[in-house]
Design a protein around this ligand. Sequence first.
Ligand code: NDP
Length: 253
Amino acid sequence: MTAHPLFDIGGRTALVTGSGRGIGLALARGLAEAGCTVVLNGRDAARLDEVAAALPGDVHTAVFDVTDGASVAAGIADVEERVGPLDILVNNAGMQLRAPLLEFTDSDWHRILDTNLTSAFLVGREAARRMTRRGHGKIINICSLQSEVVRPGIAPYAATKGALKMLTKGMCADWGPHGVQVNGLGPGYIETELTRPLVEDEEFSAWVRRRTPAGRWGRTEDLVGGLLFLASAAADFIGGQVLYVDGGMTSVL
Ligand code: NDP
């Protein structure tokens, strides 16, 4: 049996920000395995080269800081010149800072906003300038279950992810009429470097398993199916939505 042609994204070119490790790396691998030309991004050139060499297919690297407008503009222009027109952009780069709000510093506030929210605006805008001109493109913003719910100690992170959900809808409103489709993918608790302190906290880790209807932490590979779907023609009439891949956690009290 073969997959339905609506799901075939072979031959497209995709950029995944923050793809040297964790969720971004799993998503980049999924896109490469689906036959896309993939561009990895991050700030560590050596790491990206190592990862690129281990992935199947046509894989390139683009080293730029997603929080810096000038670097983003130069980075996207360079990717399109070296690799070709981007069909798919995955805004994945992000960070977490855990601290009670009263102890949260001004500089940390700006850092997490820049990394999790401004980055999607900067990279999305550069990519969409080109995609809207060509009349097609898919942008997928990596949101979070914390786009919907929050716990003590992560208010700034949740604020960035909640705003990213609305930015996703706004991008859809502005760019949808020009053929660029924008959606979000909202991971639940996934084991990566970002969540390592939580995984290592046995009490918290057990709470996640209890609270998740699926009864376990998510794996980075759990996110691949949702991404490939949103990037494919099967999702062509879906816009401005966030698909939560969280084992059901966001849906239950
Ligand atoms: P990791 O910390 O494992 O990876 C984050 C990636 O982002 C790294 O590859 C890092 O690359 C990159 N990055 C960070 N800052 C920048 C920057 N300024 N410019 C370019 N790249 C940058 O995190 P995860 O894989 O866990 O998270 C990926 C995304 O998924 C994030 O947006 C996160 O908020 C979201 N998410 C994660 C969840 C989880 O449970 N893990 C749950 C919900 C959402 P480098 O530092 O090498 O440049």
